[in-house]
Design a protein. Structure first.
Length: 329
């Protein structure tokens, strides 16, 4: 999506997101711009949502695996694009580096448009306020939407601030520019494996477990990590755990929605999650300023809100299965 996957924010996907604003802390030689992955733009978000809505019509049994394979593409982009842009800017300048990235995206988008089609024909129905708000009157859908929105607030703080935080801990600029590529490499395996596991154990079970792990990693590993090795280990593990957030978001909606409404409902959770994508960096920047450049408060906010969002999605799972913790859902 970029988010699914992939891809973000929408929610953003774990794409080539980085190198933050001046508020993030000292740059120590790092370039000062932010590279956004495909779903960060409105038009690109349409492509992501529409593409993810095609999957349920073609896959009834292996949807998790299909979503995992689909969303893994943006992880590959998240590995390639940061390195490509970093190398192109000194050679051809910022403008042509951006154009080169745009041409790559355009070429891939043409292939996608020529190869993707829906199996089920559209079934337009009259719109009404009651029909549009019906999903938010369903407890499971409301819990999933609220949980996924909170997860967006927490998930993109490590992605957007990993480089600047690493630089503040003394990581060399040459190594720091590869941290996002390392994170996205971990996310590639996370998206594939969580999609496969979702078909065996249930999308909700895998999603809540892995997203909860992401929160634990922020609190238990990112906070105390001050060395280069610790930061790299966190990047790999957090990248992996963020994979479920991207690959299984649409799968959560599919499990609790009529097939005719999947497109609207997937778009709905991304609509609310985009609030997190829009405001995460300003909130994190305000926390940094409040703490005089310390990343501790920002990390605590990220970890706690990841655990809270995971809990809300787990409550949606309990609403469907009851207290049967071993149920596949």
């Amino acid at each position: 999506m970029t988010t699914p996957e992939e891809i973000g924010p929408h929610p953003k996907q774990n794409g080539a997101n980085d190198l933050n604003s001046e508020k993030s802390g000292p740059k120590q030689g790092a370039p000062d711009w932010k590279k956004s992955d495909a779903p960060d733009g409105g038009l690109a978000a349409w492509s992501v949502v529409l593409g993810s809505c095609v999957i349920p019509g073609w896959f009834a049994k292996k949807r998790g695996t299909a979503y995992g394979i689909m969303s893994s593409g943006s992880s590959i982009g998240g590995v390639i694009f940061p390195i490509m842009i970093q190398r192109l800017i000194p050679e051809v300048g910022f403008g042509w580096a951006m154009r080169a990235g745009a041409f790559v995206i355009l070429f891939l988008l043409i292939i996608a448009n020529l190869t993707i089609r829906a199996r089920l024909p559209p079934s337009p129905r009259p719109l009404s306020l009651s029909a549009l708000t019906k999903p938010l009157r369903e407890k499971k859908m409301l819990l999933v939407t609220a949980g996924f929105t909170l997860l967006t607030f927490g998930m993109y703080i490590p992605i957007d601030f990993l480089v600047s935080e690493g630089l503040s801990n003394g990581i060399s600029a040459n190594l720091a520019q590869y941290l996002l590529a390392i994170l996205n490499a971990g996310s590639f395996f996370g998206r594939l494996s969580t999609g496969i596991l979702a078909d065996c154990l249930g999308a909700y079970n895998v999603f809540t477990t892995v997203c909860c792990l992401a929160g634990i990693l922020v609190l238990a590993l990112w906070i105390p990590a001050t060395s280069t090795a610790g930061t790299i280990v966190f990047a790999v593990l957090f990248g992996y755990s963020s994979g479920a957030y991207v690959s299984l978001a649409a799968a959560l909606v599919v499990k609790i929605s009529p097939v005719q409404q999947i497109g609207y409902r997937v778009g709905l959770i991304f609509l609310f999650a985009s609030i997190g994508g829009l405001t995460t960096n300003p909130i994190a920047g305000a926390l940094l300023a409040h703490d005089n450049g310390s990343y501790l408060g920002m990390k605590l906010f990220s970890g706690v809100i990841l655990l809270t969002g995971s809990t809300l999605v787990f409550c949606a799972r309990l609403h469907h299965t009851g207290l049967k913790l071993g149920a596949e859902f």
